[in-house]
Design a protein around this ligand. Structure first.
Ligand code: ADP
Ligand code: MG
Length: 736
């Protein structure tokens, strides 16, 4: 039996692009640079813009400065050599009965072979020349004929795209809305278009549409094959401006798919967690350690605070408490602007867990931040009779006063509250009974670390804290498997920080301001991007800076802190700054988070153009905490990139973390902003989280609904496969 011809050709999606017709090994290397590795990649490599070459204009109707497409007959074609033989120009004159158009190609004499007198060609390009001159040229043509016409005064096009009319079945570059692809070395834009045309024609019909049909219907989404064809070579949808904004129906379908697969993965992860049993904290008050009644611990702590909680803090703690009572594992995101008081709320929740007899931990992204939290929390919980332990890679096996080690305290259960870095999730670390875990500054960790931390206990409740406030829908997506709490209120007494960009000629003014703040009894941060000088980049560094400022301010006490110092030395500097023994603290970004010195009223950021927006905002959040007029001075060193200018301007204009996060997102793009790849989430290649937020919302709703009624995707095996391949490497998180 010959089965062969009945087998439908399949698209081997991961076929290396090298084997696509017209590519080969050399071109495949060039395509790699565009991120195109496989046949599938090339089908999803969308045009970055479109040109309407559909409506051919008569030559007389062309408009200067516009990109136009016209059709005519070759009147003459010749190579001209410029004086002194510097350049060879190939010049073609086209006529269509309404006028003449001169086309020129520079130093491409081989063009000659494409143009023969009398041939019909379509040309697309930007029109140069003057219409009034053309009109006069046309008038003179009526009387005197071709020979007397001063063609140089008519319309011109340089390096136009062209196609011969004989090929009327293959209008790739003209007579249609044409796609323009970002080309790369080894390809002209035109060759790129030909390649895409052939690829799309040969393979797009072999793509399998894996989305449930009812979802497509409900949301009026086009079939996938149609969408791929139409986004590359539009035939049915002709609105060029919509296409250029990426909102044609073809785009919409592809964007929906990206969001849907992202959200479906998140939905299934969330579903799986919800189906597990967690700890009900109120119910376990009689377990080991239960004698420290939860109510007493929390209320003792509240009474010891020198301030009242803000309404937002109260509301959020209420939300967390509700979750903690349930015997389901909590997975909650706590976000809010820098300084809104997240740590206090996290601590209250940790105390709730400790009061019920469990251990609670807090994981921070850097050693210095962990140390900060440790010092603050130990101080704040002083008098509650709890043991607080610090675990970092340098402290792990360091003996502590009673002769044991932090690791031993954690496993024996003598440590109630454990603060640490990612050391907490290392193999060797065993908790006695971890019930509650806080992850600070989530954007620096990913989904994976969260899962690892969860494994350290028996489904502990997890609270993720981030100071990168983002719009709710985005938060729902980025942290799509989490519930969300927002502290949208700053404690009273916070003052907006005056922020100003400076350049080095104005540094005298900056020094004066620093001096006057210190004279008033305030303290100052000076932040550098580097610890030590770099020979390659002419950058200022913290070590040199500290020396320089000792000379500039000989009467002031100047301290230095950076990440390469020993933990003990850092602690000495920190407490000296806290107690006011240091006036000016020169630092690297180690102080980005967690530093809480209300007396500091001025921050100078050197080479501010080198910092990201989120980082600048975090740094600035260190000041303006004490009710004093506060200043953030951004010292920039030209030349500044456009992005850098924008970042600095945003900093001058607003202190609102939400606005800053949105700006940051639009400057950096979602991939980098969210670190999606690092977080193990599928990439968004086509979708734009800001532009396409409506589609995101729909996709999310559909994905969560599907996860509800078919969590194992039993009825959708194709979709299930696709989902697993998109969430490459993160399968175990989805598989139940
Ligand atoms: P975040 O972690 O959200 O950036 P923190 O929790 O570090 O903010 O709080 C910043 C500072 O504000 C800390 O000194 C903290 O003690 C203080 N703080 C927190 N809540 C309040 C409040 N309700 N009223 C006054 N000060 C507060
Ligand atoms: Mg914090």
């Amino acid at each position: 039996m010959e089965e062969k011809k009945t087998i439908k050709p399949q698209l081997p999606k991961d076929t290396p692009v090298q084997y696509v017709k017209g590519v080969g090994p050399k071109r495949a290397q060039f395509l790699q640079r565009l991120g195109i590795k496989t046949l599938e990649d090339s089908l999803y490599y969308l045009p970055w813009r479109y040109e309407d070459r559909k409506n051919l204009k008569k030559i007389a109707e062309l408009t200067c400065g516009n990109l136009e497409t016209t059709l005519g007959e070759v009147s003459s074609a010749k190579i001209i050599t410029t004086p002194r033989k510097r350049m060879k120009i190939f010049e073609v004159v086209i006529s269509d009965g309404t006028g003449f158009l001169k086309c020129r190609w520079f130093n491409q004499p081989y063009m000659e072979k494409y143009f023969k007198k009398g041939q019909k060609v379509i040309l697309s390009g930007v029109i140069k020349g003057s219409p009034s001159l053309l009109r006069s040229a046309l008038r003179s043509e009526e009387g005197a004929g071709f020979g007397s016409l001063n063609l140089s005064s008519g319309f011109e096009m340089d390096n136009p795209d062209f196609e011969h009319v004989e090929d009327n079945d293959k209008f790739i570059h003209t007579k249609r809305i044409i796609p323009v692809y970002k080309a790369t070395e080894g390809f002209t834009p035109k060759q790129m278009r030909v390649l895409m045309f052939n690829t799309v024609n040969a393979y797009s019909s072999l793509v399998t549409d894996c989305l449930p049909e009812d979802i497509l219907k409900r949301n009026k989404l086009k079939p996938l094959q149609w969408a791929i064809k139409e986004t590359h070579f539009p035939e049915e949808f002709n609105d060029v401006s919509a296409l250029n904004r990426g909102i044609g129906p073809g785009h919409t379908r592809l964007i929906f798919d990206e969001f849907f697969l992202l959200e479906l993965g998140l939905a299934l992860m969330k579903k799986r967690k919800v189906s597990e049993k967690g700890i009900s904290f109120s119910a376990s008050a009689d377990s080991p350690g239960g004698e420290k009644d939860k109510g007493t611990l929390v209320s003792k702590f509240l009474n010891s605070l020198p301030f009242n909680l803000t309404d937002a803090q109260k509301r959020v703690f209420e939300e967390i408490s509700e979750d903690m009572k349930k015997d389901l594992p909590m997975n909650r995101l706590l976000h809010g602007d820098v300084g809104c008081g997240k740590t206090v709320v996290a601590l209250l929740s940790m105390l709730t867990a400790v009061g019920s007899g469990y251990q609670a931990c807090l994981m921070a992204p850097t050693e210095i931040l962990a140390e900060q939290h440790f010092i603050n929390i130990r101080k704040m919980t002083n008098g509650l009779g709890l043991k607080t332990t610090l675990l970092t890679s340098s402290s792990r096996n360091r003996p502590v006063p009673n002769g044991t080690t932090p690791a031993a305290e954690i496993s024996s259960g003598s440590a109630h509250i454990i603060i640490g870095t990612h050391s907490l999730i290392q193999e060797q670390i065993k908790f006695k009974n971890l019930g509650f875990a806080v992850i600070d500054e989530q954007h620096k960790f990913g989904v994976v670390q969260r899962a690892d931390l969860r494994k350290k206990g028996f489904n502990p409740d997890i609270l993720v804290m981030t100071a990168t406030p983002i719009p709710r829908t985005l938060a729902l997506t980025l942290y799509g498997d989490l519930d969300i709490s927002l502290i949208d209120e700053l404690p009273s007494g916070r003052k907006p920080v005056m922020t100003k960009v400076f350049f080095s000629p104005q540094k005298k003014n900056v020094y004066d301001l620093i001096n006057s703040e210190v004279s008033k009894g305030r303290q100052v941060y000076i932040v550098y991007p580097l610890i030590e000088g770099s020979e390659k980049l002419d950058l200022k560094c913290a070590v040199d800076g500290a020396e320089a400022f000792k000379k500039i301010f000989p009467e002031r006490k100047i301290g230095l802190i950076h990440g390469k110092m020993r933990h003990e030395d850092r602690e000495v500097v920190m407490s000296a700054f806290k107690s006011g023994d240091i006036d000016i603290l020169v630092a690297t970004t180690v102080i980005e988070v967690g530093m809480d010195i209300p007396n500091a009223s001025l921050m100078l950021i050197v080479h501010a153009e080198r910092f990201g927006l989120a980082q600048l905002h975090q740094l600035r959040g260190r000041i303006g905490r004490g009710g004093y007029e506060s200043y953030c001075l951004l010292m920039a060193y030209p030349p500044l990139s456009e992005d850098a200018k924008r970042r600095l301007k945003v900093m001058e204009e607003t202190g609102d973390g939400f606005k800053i996060a949105e700006e940051d997102l639009s400057i950096r793009g979602p991939g980098e902003f969210f670190g999606t790849r690092q977080a193990g989430m599928p990439d968004l290649k086509i979708a734009n989280i800001l532009r396409d937020i409506k589609i995101l919302e729909t996709a999310r709703k559909e994905a969560f609904a599907l996860a509800d009624c078919d969590p194992a995707l039993i009825n959708y095996p194709l979709l299930k496969n696709l989902l697993y391949s998109k969430w490459h490497g993160r399968l175990e998180l989805i598989k139940s």
